[in-house]
Design a protein around this ligand. Sequence first.
Ligand code: ADP
Ligand code: MG
Length: 724
Amino acid sequence: MSGSESRAQAVFQITNSEPLKVSKPKSLAKIWATDVFTLVKMEEALSKKAYKAMKKTIETGEALDPGTADVVAAAMKDWAMSKGANFYSHVFYPMTGASAEKHDGFIVSDATGKAITEFTGSLLIKGEPDGSSFPNGSIRMTNAARGYTAWDPTSPAYIMHTGNGATLCLPCIFISWTGEALDKKVPLLRSNSAMNTAAQKVLKLMGEKEVATLNSSCGAEQEYFLVDSNFANLRPDLMLAGRTLFGAASAKGQQFDDHYFGAIPTRVQNFMQDTEEQLYRLGIPAKTHHNEVAPGQFEIAPYYEAANVAADHQQLLMTVFKTTAKKHGFKCLLHEKPFAGINGSGKHVNWSVGNSTQGNLLDPGKTPHQNLNVLLFCGAVVRGVHLFGPLLRAVIASAGNDHRLGANEAPPAILSVYLGSQIEGIFNQIAEGKLDGADEGGVMDMGLSQILPFAKDAGDRNRTSPFAFTGNRFEFRAVGSEQSVSGPLIAMNTILADSLNWIAGELEKELKNTSTTTAAVIEVLKKLMKEHSVAIFGGDGYSSEWHKEAVEKRGLKNLPTTADALPYLKDPAIKELFKSTGVLSPVELESRFEVYSEQYILSIEVEAKLVVSMAITTIYPAATRYLSDLALTASSAVEMGLDFDNSIASGIAANINGMMSTVSKLEEAISKEGHGSVEDHMQFCAGTIRDLMNEVRGYVDTLEGEVADDMWPLPKYQEMLFIK
Ligand code: ADP
Ligand code: MG
């Protein structure tokens, strides 16, 4: 057996454990949305009038009257109690990116002291968590603690089962007493409505008679790692920071690409089935799962839904993954870069907008050159990405995501847009003032009689683009795996709203000057392309040539770290964007800068403190113990008159000294005070602190290759990455 005693024990446990048994998959029809208060259940439980009102609210966002809320609350309580729930919870989504919940019982006692249950419309509609400890970015004074949660009827209520208990969960917004958004849901709802208003204007100008409410949709592909908890529990870095701060490369990593789409290990398959059954009960349409590129890495992609619901579901999915992993003896790592030297995890956010009358406004169909609405919407996205690239970079900025972006495994930190040859071809025609036709995908015929020919897509894909058109949607590929999808969705909806407003203005003018709508659209898009086509790029986004060209020739911004990106939230153009669309007031936007920059600084400081404590209390003792063994051996050898090579011992001594002197520098850096501004403090974390952390890591990882394996205290990459 190899490894220190604790590592050896972990290996022993894992070798002798069996995959957690799961029962045979249940029929989807039996379990689908059983824990959700769906429209179907409302129809059964509510009066016709109340049901109709609820349906309208859900479909169009129209206000619900208090009387109906009372009826809905009573029905919800009965349903929840029939499922074993004695508590309800307003679930909300503060700026930390996590989900928050406050639980209240249905119980009240009557005059005789008997316990009765009660749940009125007003309790359903409004909650009042003190919530003063949530970051609010100076929106609230420390002494002004009042915050409200308010029910969002457009995101379905559900039951969360934990142990033997059950809780009725109500997705909510979270606002201050002064009405400012303290969360991620309010701006998401506002961005959707800004997009709808702007889109209505454009579609009406395009001659559409009936235009139903537009909604944005989101399908998020979530990547994650699973590590056996026996190993994870031995690593303070994995437990507290979600990533390994030390760890030498394993001889075998991902170089064979043999994990990607490979056979899923039984343990993991059982875990996936277990999570997916829970997701189905919660009405989350888990659709795709597979092994990802790195060993120990996997992906799940639910089918797309309305953005607001998808965002809530995505938060819930991350919770279900973490708790279910524990049950199966795993730690689920959602961090963007748990292991150095192998791929990290992202969350591709697939996004489109549409309605019931015009359909998906990003689906060009078979004859894209005739689909003027779609061309306008695609053009609007191009303009938005060009004008607000730094905003799109800022909403995916986090301490974790900084490790991936631009590191040849994830899109670069430069925001450009990929349209694919078909749509790009059309826009190139438009730039020349014409609209002749479109390339067609044609048919894939392999000439093998047993393989049936099939329709080929009109364009290939580009996996190096941060923002790619994928046939009927845009895929924002640079989002971090641990992030809430709300930030990216808010940004995309808002830049689209702004561009559609601009297009509406231009179109109105052109329609007066030109004889046909087509001619007017060509004129508007021609102007748009002249200014913004520099944001379109279909080549290799990983290449150094692109980095040079993007910045030097096209004037796009390369913002490698969060410290570089977040200050753009203070940019006057971005302030104006949010103000004019009504998505975030200047105060609300400023508060986001404060909260996100504080989180960035805190994340790096926590990691830096862990580096210090692990180096001093875990690595130093192990390395010196081994050095002492070597020293004893050397002196005995000399006594015996043997020739003994001291080079390993000298190397270890030098690395221990190097590590400890760098640790001192890091300690000093952590305790440095008096940073001129938050921006300076962020840069200090991104630069000095991270550099010193990496330097310490360099020494530690070298020591890992020198110290006797049976003395090395931390589980190694080669052990953690390959799941038994
Ligand atoms: P790939 O890995 O090939 O990009 P996946 O099947 O893993 O594809 O994930 C694609 C995601 O995009 C899924 O969540 C899917 O539901 C979603 N999606 C498909 N069409 C749309 C659309 N029109 N709008 C938003 N999301 C979509
Ligand atoms: Mg995928």
